[in-house]
Unconditional design. Structure first.
Length: 248
């Protein structure tokens, strides 16, 4: 499978080891609150169900999850959150698609425009890179004893579209509407599902290396640290060993 977000994969591994749990909890609470605006019952709101399961996989406490749902449904007071996207180009002409949740769109735009400019990128107009990406469901499978060929057949039987091995784990790609059913099917087959959620994939790749890769990693780290940035999707292609060398 071509076009998965390498940064999302690295970010996921980083989150499992990150000591700054408060930032992770805050971002997941925002995601849950936004999803809960479409209904507070996860059995009737698939987006909320996926967000809750992702939060639990990241060890977000149940109390935090419940408060986020109440905030989203309006049963708990809080500032009004908006969900939107920003797009632009990173160093080296790499496309970047950001999922944002913010209570102040103007402030967020100003801060992100500063970050893009600081690292030699450019915050673009709506649609400038979104056309390169397709929204999909993503189920991450872990386990040292997973047989890739068998997983491929089981995933296909469960309704998945594609599969790729990524640094010791496996990404199962689905239609967005099928992610919950595919996750359940894989669990029924006995696989250990680490997370399941939504992602954007692309077939338009931009190779980077050397100093360009270093600057790109610094830029993506800065974006990841921004409180309003929920997810980062990009189309860069870089050797994994080089990526880890520059990772913070």
């Amino acid at each position: 499978m071509a076009g998965h977000s390498q940064w999302a994969n690295r970010k996921h591994r980083k989150q499992r080891q990150d000591a700054k749990k408060g930032k992770i909890y805050s971002k997941m609470a925002r995601k849950i609150a936004v999803a809960a605006r479409k209904g507070g019952d996860p059995e009737k709101n698939s987006e909320l169900k996926v967000a809750i399961e992702e939060a639990k996989a990241l060890s977000v406490p149940n109390d935090n999850i419940e408060r986020a749902i109440l905030r989203g449904t309006g049963q708990l007071e809080g500032s009004r959150l908006e969900e939107f996207q920003y797009e632009g180009y990173a160093p080296g002409g790499v496309a970047v698609l950001l999922e944002i949740v913010s209570d102040n769109r103007n402030r967020t735009a100003s801060e992100l425009r500063y970050l893009f400019a600081k690292y030699g990128g450019n915050l673009g107009e709506s649609g400038c890179v979104a056309w390169m990406f397709r929204r999909k469901g993503r189920v991450l499978i872990t386990g040292d004893d997973v047989d890739e060929d068998e997983l491929f057949l089981d995933a296909a039987e469960g309704g998945a579209e594609d599969l790729e091995a990524v640094n010791g784990s496996y990404e199962v790609i689905t239609a967005p509407s099928e992610v919950i059913d595919v996750r359940q099917a894989l669990e029924n087959f006995g696989y250990a599902v680490e997370t399941a959620g939504f992602t954007f994939i692309t077939d338009h790749r931009v190779p980077v290396q050397g100093e360009e890769a270093r600057e790109l990693v610094r830029f993506l780290d800065a974006l990841e640290d921004h409180d309003d940035v929920q997810e980062i999707y990009s189309n860069f292609e870089v050797d994994e060993e080089e990526l880890e060398k520059y990772a913070s």
